[in-house]
Design a protein around this ligand. Structure first.
Ligand SMILES: Cc1cc2nc3c(=O)[nH]c(=O)nc-3n(C[C@H](O)[C@H](O)[C@H](O)COP(=O)(O)OP(=O)(O)OC[C@H]3O[C@@H](n4cnc5c(N)ncnc54)[C@H](O)[C@@H]3O)c2cc1C
Length: 463
């Protein structure tokens, strides 16, 4: 089988890697310096420039805009945010409901803003469908559904096996939950369009410019230093590579495969006419989308973590991971056993020790950051960006607190990860536990979540 492996991602293979923008030419100054040209950095530049057009904003990107997770993800633009339930415990249910409502609105905000700026990112708003394929998964699905409804998602629906099959015929699906707060996107079309949009607004982007140190009021690169009252770290899964941040957010790998385009008769059999983003309730869960050109792109965890917080080599993933993802695909859709896998790749997520996404501006130093989104950053990055805009406007005396600056994830502090080798051993053990639990649940036919998986959740800080 001729599967391309790496090359950043299939999305880039389709769209072409962009011509590089000029690196930083030497020492300079700015009003705001943003480190990282993914969704977080670019949306932040966008909203700041729109709010205060005369701001001098510089984005420093180590490779090219969209090199990271923003150019490699599964294209689920949806309303999930890492840490909501923990924020509910710490700040109360109402505060977490406000956070959830802000996320629901963010899905619409991204769609409408992209359209207003003329960015065609293959958006299809079919909602999110998550299926259960074992009794234990169904039990978790029902509990998950009730929790989401309690957080104000009154438009979410619980579907039985037949109604699920009417949407997508996933073999063995015994039920599902569907929410309208989600859309399928083409990740690279969005990030490329965003970079072009902010540049047209007058934001300066320097690519091929790795930042080696972020200090109050300046960012250091091999080509010079940018001095700015505000320096924002938007580096997500690559954060461990910056001096002083080795233990801040753990770089967790996620890998994807994409099939060749499926035939009309395959689609007749599978359904999926609503083009919902599709996930499951396994502990080592999968996520998928039907692409605009009628392929299935499907992702999940491969080797979750590399020793010493190393990141991948331009998106290459392990052959064993490609096989494992293909098996997931075929278990769900057995008729695709002979379908070619066109491309496989991987990328890194940022995982905080307590699995809670955060957005912060330290008013004493002017340093800001946003991330730790785990696997839910496509929409969350937009909410983070608008929040960073409001925090900077508040700090510089242009406005007071807003609905966004008072959300419970703002200025949240989290302890660092353990040093190696504990970090490596911990994550390896966690994912081995999840995979084993999925296998046991698949054969047990009891509706109870495997005890080892529940324990792994608690020990890892995930729940
Ligand atoms: C395979 C995969 C699938 C995913 N699927 C989904 C999904 O379907 N839905 C969802 O909601 N989320 C998903 N995610 C997560 C989501 O893609 C990310 O949370 C989101 O893109 C993060 O955006 P970001 O801008 O914060 O980080 P990134 O996109 O990673 O951008 C960080 C940028 O910073 C640059 N950088 C890093 N260090 C430096 C430095 N020292 N100097 C200069 N530049 C630097 C990098 O080159 C990179 O371009 C997925 C992630 C992966 C990897």
């Amino acid at each position: 089988m001729n599967t391309v492996n790496g090359g950043i991602s299939f999305w880039y293979a389709q769209e072409g890697t962009p011509a590089a923008r000029e690196p930083l030419p030497g020492d300079t100054t700015a009003d705001v310096c943003i480190v990282g040209g993914g969704y977080t950095g670019l949306w932040t530049a966008y909203y700041l420039k729109k709010a205060v057009p005369f701001l001098n904003i510089i984005v420093l990107e180590g490779h090219f805009c969209g090199y990271g997770a923003s150019g490699r993800n599964g294209g689920w633009l949806y309303n999930g945010i890492a840490g909501r339930d923990r924020y509910a415990k710490a700040h109360g249910h109402e505060a977490a409901v406000r956070l959830q409502q802000a996320m629901n609105a963010t899905v619409t905000e991204v769609i409408e803003t992209a359209a207003a700026e003329g960015i065609d990112a293959d958006v299809h708003r079919g909602g999110v469908l998550e299926v259960a394929r074992t009794p234990a998964q169904l039990d978790r699905l029902k509990a998950y559904h009730s929790v989401e409804v309690a957080f104000g998602e009154t438009d979410r629906r619980l579907l039985g096996a037949r109604e699920t099959a009417e949407r997508v015929r996933v073999t063995g699906a015994v039920g599902s939950t569907w929410t309208p707060h989600g859309a399928r996107i083409h990740p690279v079309k969005l990030v490329k369009g965003l970079a072009a949009t902010v540049e047209a607004l007058g934001v300066t982007i320097h690519e091929g410019t790795p930042v080696t140190g972020i200090e109050p009021k300046h960012a250091v690169t091999p080509y010079g230093t940018v001095r700015a009252p505000y320096v924002l770290r938007c580096t997500e899964g690559f954060t461990a590579g910056i001096k002083g941040h080795r233990r801040t957010w753990l770089p967790m790998n996620s890998s994807m495969i994409v099939t060749d385009p499926l035939s009309p008769s395959d689609w007749d059999d599978l359904g999926w006419t609503g083009r919902e983003t599709l996930g499951d309730m396994a502990h080592a869960y999968m996520y998928a989308q039907r692409t605009a050109d009628d392929r299935i792109a499907l992702g999940g965890r491969g080797i979750p973590y590399r020793y010493g917080s190393r990141t991948d080599n331009d998106g290459r993933t392990q052959p064993a991971t490609v096989d494992a993802l293909r098996e997931v695909l075929i278990r769900m859709f057995p008729r695709l056993a002979g379908t070619g896998i066109a491309h496989a790749w991987s990328g890194v997520l940022g995982v905080p020790r307590d699995w809670c996404a955060t957005v912060t501006l330290d008013r004493s130093t002017g340093l800001g950051w946003a991330g730790g989104y785990v696997g839910s950053g496509v929409a969350t990055a937009n909410l983070a960006a608008r929040t960073l805009r409001d925090l900077i406007q508040q700090d510089s005396g242009q406005s007071g607190p807003t609905d966004l600056t008072t959300l419970p994830w703002v200025n949240h502090k989290v302890r660092p990860w353990e040093p190696e080798p504990l970090r490596w051993l911990g994550v390896r053990t966690l994912y081995a536990a999840y995979r084993a639990a999925d296998r046991r649940e698949a054969t047990a036919h009891t509706p109870t979540t495997d005890r080892v998986a529940a324990l792994a959740d608690r020990v890892s800080g995930r729940h």
